[in-house]
Design a binder for this molecule. Structure first.
Ligand code: AMP
Length: 187
């Protein structure tokens, strides 16, 4: 199995690109945020822990995501490839991802890093709040907070990934189609 990681700030359009790439590449889209939201709906222990962090716009502890990611790999072992959306999100998570993939014999072929300026992210967040069912989207107090968490924890993780993996940077400011075309031509 191969993995493509897609990373970038909240509201940068990662999920939208993943939905398109899933069809183009026949890889399965896995969003760790979706996994946590479904745990929350099912009222599981992980879901209840997630809820506390979601309400603050924060990341769940790195220790919690290790088991979640390991289960994702095991549950999807028959897939040709996965597009990983929302993991890794910190430097320790990068090390965990690489260690787990090495152990399981999974190849991380590319990391797609979507870059969008903060002003534009906030505009997109406001738009998304009007249509989204997500609690953290509907609470506009969390938009900037989530971007700040990205800057503080995830951005250093992305810089770190550049020393370990094949990271491709993409300008995500334009249209959805333009970005998809740029990504597909690089893969
Ligand atoms: P997302 O749907 O990717 O925007 O994620 C929604 C929320 O799920 C995040 O704000 C975090 O609270 C949690 N989450 C998802 N993935 C991770 C991760 N890799 N590490 C920590 N928290 C995560």
């Amino acid at each position: 199995m191969k993995i493509i990681v897609i990373t970038g700030p909240p509201y940068s359009g990662k999920g939208t690109q993943c939905e398109i790439l899933e069809k183009v590449l026949s890889y399965k889209h896995i969003s760790t945020g979706d996994v946590f939201r479904s745990e929350k709906e099912n009222g599981t222990e992980i879901g209840n822990i997630f809820k506390e962090y979601e309400q603050k716009g924060e990341l769940v502890p790195d220790s919690l995501i290790i088991d979640v990611f390991t289960k994702i790999i095991d549950d999807n072992s028959s897939e040709v490839g996965l597009i990983l959306d929302g993991y890794p999100r910190s430097k320790p998570q990068v090390d965990d991802l690489i260690a787990i993939c090495n152990y399981k014999g999974v190849v991380i072929s590319n990391v797609l890093n979507i870059e969008v300026p903060t002003d534009e992210l906030l505009i997109r967040a406001k738009k998304r709040a009007t249509t989204s069912n997500r609690d953290d989207d509907k609470d506009s107090n969390l938009h900037l907070k989530r971007i700040e968490v990205f800057e503080e924890l995830t951005k250093p993780g992305i810089e770190y990934m550049k020393t370990k993996l094949n990271v491709l940077d993409f300008d995500g400011f334009g249209s959805i189609e333009d970005l998809t075309n740029k990504i597909v031509s690089c893969l």
